[in-house]
Design a protein around this ligand. Structure first.
Ligand code: MSP
Length: 501
């Protein structure tokens, strides 16, 4: 059995998740569901990044203890992920005791290896990113340094801290980025490689004085410091699968880890993460799947830009999680930012889910009941349509294995369009026994449904119940694999959206 471990970034619970977080999480969920469908042993992990100055400040502003805030928000995140039908196996929180223990042990290891030293640090900090920016990285406005992502003034910090000797890993990083096929799409690896070639790898501060940032994991060898939130957070990927606790579990999942991230956190997930792993004598991840941004009015969608699109509004507009999941995966783009507009979302929903999939299922369901009383016995599948199904499956598997969900979806939609054209051409409603046509169509719908299952699980369950087939591993079924369909109803899966807003 193949093993597939997939992670999302762990999110800062300073606010509820929005469409951008949903984009990442749904993508990871689709890959997790796909791998379960093809029989892999899957472990899918998401969670929250609960320490650091950002959370400390939000809690202070609200007048609550940060732990109270993050406890409350963990439930909020879980509620949203359940609304979106996210099938995670584990929800990790960086305040979980087992995680805190791993962070302490890891930092001790680095310290003992001589990979840390104390020195003073001064630099420009963005609290929203929880990151220092060097000259050349930040933008300037009226002579003042600003965060290029959040468009907010940076804060100047000067303090004694502990450094991690990142510079020692420069050659290792260059080699990994140039020669190992980890980062996908590859252009992101090249981008980081060029940055390291240009600027080198500088040591990074991985501790904060407690008097400034008290909301964090205490540095085990100096109680006046807390661990830098990014160092704490990255380790979730190993603590969540039993690192230093359950060696068997760790050994099973780690070699098969796939991290899904947005491009904003690429530096942390390459230069810093791969180096920390190397320092801990752990292999780099198998794959780092990086996607671009959802944007609105030219800006990355986010709380700071004030252009957030709420998940509940999307679910309401597209009636259920399936509509939202489908739209976001249909536009999913790893290399290019995608502009989010209601017109685009409505048109995808209407033309593909309502008119193509929904309409086909409804027509075939109605015809099957009316013409043959819902009982459609196995016949020879019409040759041309059958060939299309097999071709589609082959391409779908190829794209899904290459993590290209949107291309895989397009393949299925093309197949469904062919099936609609086939009905129009063969006119089964005019025949006394349209058994062959309907069986061929039902087989096509069965395959298309199974292929879409990772994206729209609820709708596919409805189809499988209405028509009487099982959602099985698409690699282990065959055309003509159903002896008899028992069509009990003709569901209306997606109601069209009429109004323009
Ligand atoms: N806590 C860190 C991650 C630590 S992982 C060890 C963090 N959290 S975050 O809450 O800011 O979430 C960042 C992630 O949310 C991005 O990497 C991306 O996956 C997703 N997105 C947030 N806004 C987005 C868009 N507008 N578009 C696409 N993805 C976006 O960073």
């Amino acid at each position: 059995m193949r093993i597939f471990y997939i992670t999302t970034p762990i999110y800062y619970p300073n606010a509820p998740p929005h469409i951008g977080h949903a984009y990442t999480t749904i993508y990871a969920d689709v890959l997790a569901r796909y791998h379960r469908l093809i029989g892999d042993d899957v472990f899918f992990m998401t969670g929250n990044d609960e320490h650091g100055l950002k959370l400390q400040r939000v809690a202070e502003k609200k007048g609550v203890h940060p732990k109270e805030l993050v406890d409350e928000m963990a439930e909020v995140y879980k509620k949203y992920w359940s609304l979106l039908d996210i099938s995670y196996d584990h929800f990790i929180r960086t305040t979980d005791p087992y995680h805190e223990k791993v962070v302490k042990e890891a930092i001790n290891k680095l310290y003992k290896k001589g990979l840390m030293y104390k020195a003073s640090y001064s630099g420009w900090y963005c609290v929203d990113c929880e990151k220092f920016y060097s000259p050349g990285e930040y933008i300037e406005k009226e002579g003042k340094p600003y965060c290029p992502i959040h468009n907010k003034p940076l804060e100047l910090l000067e303090e004694e801290t502990y450094y991690f000797k990142l510079s020692e890993f420069e050659d290792y990083m260059k080699d990994v980025l140039a020669n190992k096929d980890i980062v996908y799409p590859k252009s992101y690896a090249t981008e980081i490689l060029h940055k390291i070639e240009k600027e080198g790898l500088r040591d990074v501060s991985i501790a904060r004085p407690k008097e400034r940032v008290w909301w964090g994991i205490e540095v085990p060898f100096d109680k006046n410091y807390t661990v830098y939130v990014w160092f704490d957070a990255l380790l979730n990927y190993v603590s969540g699968i039993g690192y230093l606790e359950d060696e068997e579990k760790f050994k099973k999942y780690w070699p098969n880890v796939h991290h899904v991230i947005g491009k904003d956190i690429l530096w942390f997930h390459t230069a810093i993460w791969f180096s920390v792993l190397k320092a801990l004598e752990i292999e780099p991840p198998k794959k780092l799947l990086v996607h671009a941004f959802l944007i609105n009015r030219g800006l990355k969608i986010g709380k700071s830009a004030g252009n957030v699109i709420a998940i509940e509004d999307l679910i309401e507009r597209y009636q259920d999680s399936d509509g939202v999941r489908y739209i976001l995966m249909r536009i999913f783009n790893m290399s290019k930012d995608v502009d989010v507009t209601t017109e685009l979302f409505d048109s995808i929903y209407n033309s593909e889910l309502a008119d193509t999939l929904g309409n086909l299922v409804r027509r075939v369901g109605v015809l099957a009941k009316k013409k043959l009383g819902g009982k459609i016995y196995k016949r020879e599948v019409e040759r041309e349509l059958g060939a299309r199904v097999e071709e589609a499956l082959e391409k779908y598997i190829k794209y899904m294995n290459e993590f290209d969900v949107s291309l895989a979806i397009n393949i299925v939609m093309d197949l469904l369009r062919e099936a609609n054209a086939y009905i129009n051409k063969t006119r089964p409603w005019e025949k006394t026994d349209p058994g062959k046509e309907l069986y061929s169509l039902l087989e096509t719908i069965r395959y298309a449904s199974i292929m879409l299952y990772p994206v729209i699980p609820k709708a596919v369950h409805k189809i499988s119940e209405a028509f009487g087939f099982k959602i099985v591993n698409p690699l282990e079924t065959q055309l003509g694999g159903v002896e008899r369909y028992n069509v009990v109803n003709a569901p209306i899966l997606f109601r069209k959206i009429q109004s323009k807003q």
